[in-house]
Structures are given as structure tokens and as C-alpha cells.
Design a protein. Structure first.
Length: 426
């Protein structure tokens, strides 16, 4: 997941807005995809009595949101770094990786630590902290070895045995895509139109191989096979960005009829549980159509609520499993070992409450952890003057979207005096 990029721009101004770092609709798409994952995990894993697969496969297919994440990441990374890596890979490679670490590592590390604290607390039962730590196994999920694998972002290669925060497998394998991306970008960018079509065919061929090996199930999160899922989709994101830059104004792809048609097709296909391989192709078409559109779809997608959801999507994706873990530990503490035994009404109430907690915690984490830590680490990596984390946090808390007369939006930062520590007030 990348840094938030969203703005509502007219199609005629698309090239200039791309140059300014603005892309319409991608941040809201990421937010919707993250919420989809949350609902999928809560209704199929945490409270299985809420599983509605017998009536619709839409929720059960929530794992496919990760495939959209990979494509969106490839798209946005190409948008941000195409000029730099076309200039020189070796010159910008280190700063690129440090920027990625600054983006994803602080929150990943915080959630990992909170998982360990929660696990130790659940094993406390009157024992000393040291005795509680001794109950943490050396190997397997939620173990000492898994902790160090997560520290070095290696959990995605064997998530079944190295998990603490289980959704973090995807940021692990995506980081591996980051290692290759700077070298692949110039090759794809400078390829001819025919060569780009050939590359797309090879990438879809790789996804077809994944579908063949897995029986057309892209719900692959454990082991090296995850690379066969992530790498082609990330590279497809790069190709989609190339198509975005080459698309003529007022093309068929940019029209409301096309984007709404693709969206309707996706919804129907998800409802009936059609091929995961086909869904990957539809997601690619939808991402391209969404970012090209400047009509009704763009106005609906780029509402303040959906932009906010997209802003907090990375935190939401990582935090929701911690909330699920805490709830599971509480249910175990109260003697409920089989979640399917929880009455449906209570399951629904708990799920709504958990989603609410996730949204609040994600908002706080985005403004209180992600943004200040990212700025702080980038400043450290660049060798610049460092500032206190609380001051960096205030620069972005809270944000208000202010409409301009020309229909565009700008972001204003409001400083609330009571949030500033008394000793720092002027």
C-alpha cells in the first residue's frame, strides 16, 4: 500500500495532475478493498455463523481485495518513481527502499509488538512477565522465530509457520516486489506497444499458471507461491499506468458507461463466485477505467468519507487482525472456545463493534503513527534535521477537505491547541 494519492480532476487536466502527484479514485478503491477484507475475515473466521456463502459468494471472495492491492501498488509506485528510475536505477534505489521502509515498517512493528503484548498478557494468569514469556513457543505461528521473521519482513515466505499478524504476509511479499521493481520499470516503460502487449500476455500467463496449480483459487497466502500471485499483479499495475498515460482523452475507457459496466460485471461475478483468474482481469480493467474517469463515477468515488477510508486503509488492514485476536482471547477467557456457538445476534453486534473499533484505531494510527513516523524516518534517512514526533503528527491532524471554486480540492491542516502539550505551546 502506498501513500495516499487522491484528487478529483477533470480529464482534460489529467496529464498535469499526474505530474503533480494526483490520481483520481485510487485511494477510495484501496479503502473499499481494505474494508472488504475486514468483513471477509470477521464473517468467515471470527464469527463463522455469519458466513453467507450459501446465498452469495461476494463476501467469501474478499481475499481477492489483496489482488487489487497489488495492482494498485504497482500503478502508484510507477506513477511516483517512473521519472527517477528512468533517469538512474542505482542513484535512486537506496532512497526508494528507505522510503518504502518509512512507509510500512513503523505501523507493522507497532502492531507486531501489540500482538506479542496481547499474547503474553493472555498467558499471564497471575504469573510473572518472565514466566508468561516462557509460554511463547520457539517455533510455529505466534512464536519467537515468527517474531524475528516479522522483524525482517520474511513472514510472507512461510506465513503458516511465521505469522503473528496474519495479513502482514502480503506486505512481506510486496516488499520483495519492491526489490525488483526499480529494475523492471525502465524495461517496461521503454518497451514498444507490441512488447507491452507481450509482457501483459506473459503476466496473465503466470496468473493462469497460478490458477492451474491452485485449482483457480487465488487465496494463496502461505509459501513461495504467494510470489506467483504478487509479482505478476504488481507488474500489471506498472503496465496499467503505462496505458493510463497513453490513453487519449475521452476514450471509451474513461466514460461512465464503461466504468459502471465493469463495476456491475465485477459485482455479479463475485456474487456467483466465478473464476478468480477472470476476476484479476476484471480488476485490472476496473483500476484503469476508474483512474481515467472524470465523470459521475469519479465524483461518487472521491467523496470525503471514501478518501478518508482510503487514507486509513493500510492501518485498517493491519489493525483488524489485532482486534480479532483480542476478541478471540476474550472469548476464550470467558469459556467460549467455539466461535460458531456464539448466537447470531451477538455475532452481528460484535462484528459491528469490532469494525467501529478498527476504524477509530486506524484513524488514530494514521495521524498519530504513520504520518509522523514516515516523516521522521525519511528525515533521518536523508540526514536532515529531525523534529519531535508529536510536532510531525500535528502537521497532519486533523485534515479538512476544502472545496475550491474550480471544483478541485485542497487539504487544509487545522491545529487544535488542546492537542499540543502545554510545555510546547507558544
Amino acid at each position: 500500500m502506498s501513500s495516499p494519492i487522491s484528487a478529483q480532476v477533470p480529464r482534460s487536466a489529467q496529464s498535469s495532475s499526474a505530474a503533480n502527484g494526483q490520481l483520481p479514485s485510487l485511494t477510495p478503491l484501496r479503502g473499499i478493498a481494505a474494508l472488504w477484507v475486514v468483513i471477509y475475515h470477521y464473517t468467515t473466521q471470527c464469527f463463522p455463523d455469519l458466513d453467507v456463502t450459501a446465498h452469495t459468494a461476494f463476501i467469501h471472495k474478499g481475499y481477492l481485495a489483496v489482488d487489487m492491492f497489488f495492482m494498485l501498488s504497482g500503478f502508484v509506485m510507477t506513477h511516483v518513481y517512473c521519472r527517477a528510475f528512468n533517469e538512474s536505477v542505482t542513484k535512486h534505489y537506496g532512497s526508494f527502499l528507505m522510503a518504502r521502509v518509512a512507509r510500512i515498517y513503523p505501523l507493522h512493528l507497532l502492531i507486531l509488538i501489540l500482538f506479542v503484548v496481547t499474547a503474553v498478557a493472555s498467558r499471564w494468569h497471575g504469573a510473572t512477565p518472565l514466566e508468561a514469556l516462557r509460554h511463547v513457543p520457539l517455533h510455529g505461528p505466534e512464536s519467537v522465530s515468527a517474531f524475528f521473521a516479522n522483524i525482517f519482513m520474511l513472514q510472507g515466505l512461510n506465513a503458516g509457520a511465521l505469522s503473528w499478524n496474519y495479513p502482514s504476509w502480503s506486505i512481506s511479499v510486496e516488499f520483495m516486489a519492491y526489490l525488483l521493481f526499480p529494475f523492471a520499470l525502465p524495461l517496461i516503460w521503454h518497451a514498444s506497444a507490441r512488447m507491452k502487449i507481450a509482457i501483459a500476455a506473459v503476466l496473465f500467463g503466470a496468473l493462469a499458471l497460478l490458477a492451474y496449480i491452485t485449482g483457480d483459487s487465488f487465496d494463496q497466502w502461505d509459501g513461495p507461491i504467494t510470489l506467483l500471485r504478487c509479482l505478476p499483479e504488481f507488474a500489471l499495475g506498472t503496465l496499467l499506468y503505462c496505458a493510463f498515460r497513453a490513453a487519449p482523452e475521452d476514450s471509451l475507457l474513461s466514460r461512465d458507461t464503461f466504468v459502471f459496466g465493469v463495476l456491475a460485471t465485477i459485482i455479479v461475478c463475485l456474487h456467483y463466485g466465478v473464476s478468480d483468474f477472470l476476476m484479476a482481469g476484471l480488476f485490472a480493467a476496473f483500476v484503469l477505467a476508474a483512474v481515467l474517469n472524470s465523470g459521475s463515477f469519479s465524483r461518487l468515488a472521491n467523496t470525503p468519507a471514501l478518501i478518508w477510508l482510503g487514507d486509513i486503509s493500510f492501518a485498517l488492514y493491519l489493525i483488524h487482525s489485532l482486534v480479532q485476536f483480542i476478541v478471540s482471547e476474550l472469548l476464550w477467557h470467558f469459556g467460549i472456545k467455539d466461535h460458531a456457538a456464539v448466537p447470531v445476534g451477538i455475532s452481528i453486534a460484535c462484528t459491528i463493534l469490532m469494525i467501529g473499533v478498527c476504524l477509530v484505531a486506524s484513524h488514530l494510527s494514521y495521524f498519530g503513527v504513520e504520518i509522523p513516523c514516515r516523516r521522521y524516518l525519511r528525515d533521518v534517512f536523508a540526514g536532515g534535521k529531525r523534529q519531535p514526533a508529536w510536532r510531525a503528527s500535528l502537521r497532519s491532524w486533523p485534515r479538512i477537505v476544502v472545496p475550491e471554486n474550480d471544483g478541485s480540492r485542497k487539504l487544509a491542516t487545522v491545529t487544535i491547541s488542546r492537542l499540543i502539550p502545554p510545555s510546547h505551546r507558544r
